[in-house]
Design a protein around this ligand. Structure first.
Ligand SMILES: Nc1nc2c(c(=O)[nH]1)N[C@H]1C(S)=C(S)[C@@H](COP(=O)(O)OP(=O)(O)OC[C@H]3O[C@@H](n4cnc5c(=O)[nH]c(N)nc54)[C@H](O)[C@@H]3O)O[C@H]1N2
Ligand SMILES: Nc1nc2c(c(=O)[nH]1)N[C@H]1C(S)=C(S)[C@@H](COP(=O)(O)OP(=O)(O)OC[C@H]3O[C@@H](n4cnc5c(=O)[nH]c(N)nc54)[C@H](O)[C@@H]3O)O[C@H]1N2
Ligand code: SF4
Ligand SMILES: [Mo]
Length: 688
């Protein structure tokens, strides 16, 4: 189905990035030679990031896995022999049949995330296969689930301000996000707003690329953001900067909240957060007096023990001032709710013989592999790289090393995870497939059709699970659906009125279609909370044993200005390991053009903390705690408060160096949503 050899073909960026850019693939002699942005995309408008401008380096990388492989060395050693697809499929089906017979289907666990955001690739045939198999189920809490749960308690529906509207804002607060690196088109819209006089405030634990552009950068201690938001509420109520008629009509519990926030005085909040009391007052007044005021909630602040409550608390702010009614005001956490598709039709939970099959948290994969009873004996990893991205990778590696574990990895590369596989299956790049893409930020749905043939013997996720279903003897018609059938089924979803403009035929003709956003006009009348209103007070949370009002809870590991738990004596520094500019999670960590830009893992450390340890700028350091250690180059800087160290990027283990930030991170779960707590990590640092 590949069209002409040469020419320029539309495509979609498949990566786990809010922008979901429209791309153009330039083909010469049957090969993609250049990737540029598609100027026809109304939001991304022809601009793309440097990572994806270099996508050909990944697609045609000499180390791409092109054939099925069987392990011949030790687990983790990376020694494999080439086998045929027939052999690979037969071996997997054979092992699965034996495991099911001896230990039941729940001894098998799929582990996947969004290495490719294609809906067919990660929420389609794969789900059907594991449902029909009756495998254990995976709770996918690694990215945004704590914050999403927190947002949901307050707002119900998983959608907020539209990107198009943010250009109207006069005050923009980016809270715990590094959008210059992680959401570049939102920055373009913010820059337009700034040309019209808007002010940009960035609240973060370090002056990242985004903070460096801000009109006002506010640094604070990790995990203290809900205290800051409560302090703002204190000032807003005290100074009468709240919108009473709005709260009366659209919220629950504002009287209780007003009483509750009296305890969060600027002085107390200052002690907790490290933000001067005057700044807290100034920020609150600025927020209360500027309209439209827009808050962009990043992912960073919810990767903490208290991440759910932090997002819940911040998402109450626009309700206090009534900013939800002002075009360009309000808040964004994720807009994924607008494009919700027909998951039941896609994933077919009805095929599952055991609807009550156990669910395992992906954030505790190491622990699950090591201790779960009855044990996991079969692991199938696709679109994910847990040996690098999951918390506490030491544990993950010990789990993956188990001799009695049969691991299959489907990927484009021999990732650090694939090195532990018994069977590696080669995956196509998305430019070789048909798939459907929706953004968790903008409102355009897009289609991808193959532009180059599958490289080597690689196969798409849809194809792999179709073949595995056949090898297992699954006869349901669901396993014979084509990609186009799957797209039709996904889009046929009258329960989501926003989706009604989008059809397969329309997509094939126009490549991208905007959701029907007219429904959004009734947004506030129709919230999916128990009361139908914005829940400043949540009876549901009280029932679930959570504080019903927004509350500040200190981190379990780490400290703030008030609370210094025992861990702080052994490990006095807070270690934050957010994404870097040139990788996408661990993707591109093997593309030299991009690793060359990032050079090597660095540790940003405050001059006071460096001096106390006799560490000079540019020296090699070891970061450690009770879970593991990590090597990096010290960069002495005052971009954060003393006591906080920063290392950006999820690096592959290279040259025997300990270059996995997640060797240090805990596999506890956040307060809500089973979220990961990557940034609630206490460490110490020494010269190497
Ligand atoms: N270039 C690039 N782009 C990406 C990605 C990538 O790896 N690289 N990953 C993609 C994915 S999967 C996601 S989820 C998004 C994430 O993108 P963002 O939403 O931008 O979130 P993060 O980059 O995780 O963290 C953002 C910031 O949170 C800060 N932070 C950490 N703890 C706290 C805290 O307690 N309070 C506050 N206020 N700030 C804190 C960090 O210092 C960091 O600067 O980006 C996507 N885009
Ligand atoms: N310390 C720390 N850890 C973090 C984070 C952090 O900020 N700090 N961020 C967290 C977040 S927000 C996220 S979302 C996770 C991301 O975690 P993952 O989703 O595991 O992210 P990637 O590292 O990008 O791994 C995706 C893998 O999928 C493969 N892949 C791509 N396309 C396909 C395909 O079509 N088929 C198959 N079978 N495979 C494919 C890629 O080659 C790659 O190896 O990491 C989390 N881990
Ligand atoms: S990674 Fe993000 S910014 Fe870069 S091309 Fe893809 S969607 Fe666009
Ligand atoms: Mo993520």
């Amino acid at each position: 189905m590949i069209r002409e050899e040469n020419g320029i073909f539309p495509a979609v960026c498949p990566l786990d990035c809010p922008d979901t850019c429209g791309l153009l693939l330039h083909k010469e002699n049957g090969k993609i030679v250049k990737v540029t942005g598609n100027p026809d995309h109304p939001i991304t408008q022809g601009a793309i990031c440097n990572k994806v401008r270099n996508m050909t380096e990944r697609v045609y990388h000499p180390e791409r896995v092109l054939y099925p492989l069987r392990r011949v060395g030790r687990k983790g050693e990376g020694k494999f022999e080439r086998i045929s697809w027939d052999e690979a499929l037969a071996e997997i089906a054979d092992r699965y049949r034996k495991l099911i017979k001896e230990h039941g289907p729940e001894s098998i666990l799929p582990y996947s995330f969004y290495g490719n955001m294609g809906i067919l690739s990660v929420d389609g045939m794969d789900r059907r296969f594991f449902n029909r198999l009756g495998s254990s189920q995976l709770q996918q809490g690694i990215c945004n689930s704590a914050g999403s749960a927190g947002w949901k308690y307050t707002m119900g529906f998983g959608g907020g301000t539209s990107p198009e509207d943010t250009v109207k804002a006069k005050l923009i607060i980016i809270w715990g996000g590094n959008l210059v690196s992680t959401n570049m088109h939102q920055i373009a819209l913010i820059e337009k707003a700034r040309k019209q006089g808007a002010k940009l405030v960035v609240i973060d634990v370090h002056r990242n690329r985004t903070g460096q552009r801000a009109d006002w950068f506010i640094p604070l201690y990790p995990g203290t953001d809900s205290a800051l938001a409560l302090g703002m509420m204190h000032v807003l109520f005290e100074r009468g900067l709240v919108n009473e008629p709005f709260m009366e009509r659209y919220t629950t519990g504002y009287a209780e909240l007003r009483e509750h926030v009296k305890q969060y005085t600027p002085e107390r909040v200052s002690a907790i957060t490290g933000v001067p009391a005057d700044d807290i007052v100034q920020l609150a007044v600025m927020y209360g007096e500027t309209s439209p005021a827009y808050i962009h909630i990043g992912n960073g602040l919810q990767h903490h023990d208290n991440g759910g409550m932090t997002v819940r608390t911040i998402s109450c702010l626009p309700a206090l001032t009534g900013q939800w009614l002002v075009p360009g005001g309000g808040a964004y956490k994720s807009n994924g709710g607008y494009n919700k598709m027909n998951a039941e039709a896609l994933e077919r939970p009805d095929l599952r013989p055991n609807p009550a099959a156990r669910t395992i948290s992906m954030n505790r994969i190491g622990e699950a592999l090591l201790t779960l009873e009855p044990p996991i004996y079969g692991l199938f990893v696709y679109c994910a790289n847990p040996a690098v991205v999951a918390p506490d990778t030491g544990k993950v590696e010990r789990g993956l090393s188990r001799e009695d574990l049969f691991t299959v990895v489907h990927d484009l590369f021999l990732t650090d995870t694939a090195k532990y596989a018994d069977i590696v299956l080669p995956a196509t790049s998305t430019f070789e497939n048909t798939d459907l893409y929706a953004s968790y930020w903008h409102h355009y749905v897009q289609i991808q059709e193959p532009v180059i043939p599958a490289q080597g013997e690689s196969k798409s996720n849809v194809e792999v699970f179709r073949l595995l279903a056949a090898a297992m003897g699954f006869e349901e018609a669901a396993f014979r659906d084509t990609e186009e059938d799957l797209i039709r089924q996904a889009l046929d979803y009258p329960a989501n009125p926003y989706l009604r403009t989008v059809t397969l035929e329309g997509l094939k003709e126009r490549r991208m279609i905007k959701l029907d956003m007219t429904h959004k006009e009734r947004y506030l009348d129709n919230l999916a909370t128990p009361s139908g209103k914005i829940e400043l007070y949540s009876a549901q949370m009280a029932e679930e044993g959570l504080p019903p009002l927004p509350t500040y809870t200190p981190l379990r590991e780490g400290y703030d200005g008030e609370n210094r738990p025992g861990t702080q004596e052994a490990y006095p520094l807070m270690f934050i390991s957010p994404p870097n500019h040139s990788f996408l999670n661990s993707t591109f960590g093997n593309v030299e053009k991009l690793t060359a830009l990032e050079k090597q893992p660095t540790l940003q450390i405050h001059p006071e903390d460096a001096a106390a340890r006799s560490i000079a700028d540019g020296e090699r350091v070891v970061v450690w705690n009770e879970r593991g250690s990590y090597e990096a180059l010290a960069a002495v800087t005052d971009k954060m408060l003393p006591g906080v160290v920063i290392s950006q990027g999820l690096w592959w283990d290279r040259d025997g160096k300990r270059s996995r930030a997640n060797a240090l991170t805990p596999d506890r779960l956040a307060d809500m949503g089973g979220g990961a707590v990557f940034f609630s990590t206490a460490v110490d640092v020494k010269r190497q």
